[in-house]
Write a protein that binds this ligand. Structure first.
Ligand SMILES: [Zn+2]
Length: 260
């Protein structure tokens, strides 16, 4: 692919990826999906995201030192989300901008995200949100849109720092305390209420009243993003309260859309 002018004024380089297509029916992106690269080195990650035949890409990659490289023009559909779903929509690649954040990930020791890198992610997201009118509650993790397959960017990703800078929807998590919890195998109206609440937020989840494997995966994804102190897929008191306060703080319009 030919080189192009970066969409973001803070992108320092362009390394054109061969992997992209057209957004479905001219869908304009109104979502940002954050990833980690999950590979031992940066060069390998960039090669993977750019080489023809790998069938993966992202619009941007943010290096550990805060440098931002654009790989696919924002107008194009990058291939970062895979099989995924949010708020009733399945073609997440068509409606989103994908940002890869360099981090070795859970399989390679999962280091902390350096501050410089997070500052760059915040600045990049703020620009995209402004230019593309992306609402805060549609800045999401790959694990949110693909909870059965993905963990990234994971529980070490500082969503609270992003929210402090106006990027992403977030509330202070309720403290973890001892008490009753819903977990794998539970069948009850409370489980149905939990599933309903997670679906209202946007997660793809069955509303069966049975705490099955899929429910556990969605609760795990929710915890990675919103209650990182304990990521165990068990809907304890803290998880339920955090979910309630998150929904209560969501703009009314957003809930209506999510519940479709
Ligand atoms: Zn990812």
């Amino acid at each position: 692919m030919r080189t192009f002018t970066p969409d973001s004024s803070i992108a320092s380089d362009v390394i054109p990826s061969a992997n992209y297509g057209d957004r479905a029916k001219g869908r304009q992106p109104d979502m940002i999906v954050l990833h980690y690269t999950g590979m031992p080195d940066v060069e390998g990650a960039i090669r993977q995201l750019c080489a023809a035949g790998t069938d993966v890409s992202a619009h941007y990659i943010v290096l550990e030192d805060g440098r931002i490289v654009q790989l696919v023009p924002e107008a194009r559909r990058a291939w970062h989300a895979g099989v995924s779903s949010w708020a009733g929509e399945d073609d997440i690649n068509s409606c989103s901008i994908g940002i890869e954040i360099v981090n070795r990930g859970h399989d390679w020791g999962y280091p902390e995200f350096p501050l410089r890198q997070i500052a760059a992610v915040i600045a990049l997201c703020r620009g995209i949100m402004l230019r593309r009118n992306v609402p805060s509650h549609r800045v999401l993790a790959h694990s949110d849109v693909a909870p059965s397959r993905k963990k990234d960017p994971g529980e070490k990703f500082p969503w609270h720092s992003l929210a402090n800078s106006g990027v992403g929807h977030w509330v202070q998590p309720a403290p973890v305390v001892r008490g009753e919890s819903l977990k794998l195998g539970t069948i009850s109206e409370s489980v149905r209420d939990l599933q309903q609440a997670l679906a209202r937020y946007g997660y793809a989840i069955p509303r069966s009243g049975k705490y099955d494997g899929a429910t556990m995966e969605v609760v795990t994804a929710f915890q990675r993003h919103f209650r990182p102190a304990r990521v165990d897929g068990v809907a304890d008191h803290s998880t339920l309260i955090t979910l309630q306060s998150l929904l209560a703080s969501l703009p009314a319009k957003a809930v209506a859309v999510a519940a479709r």
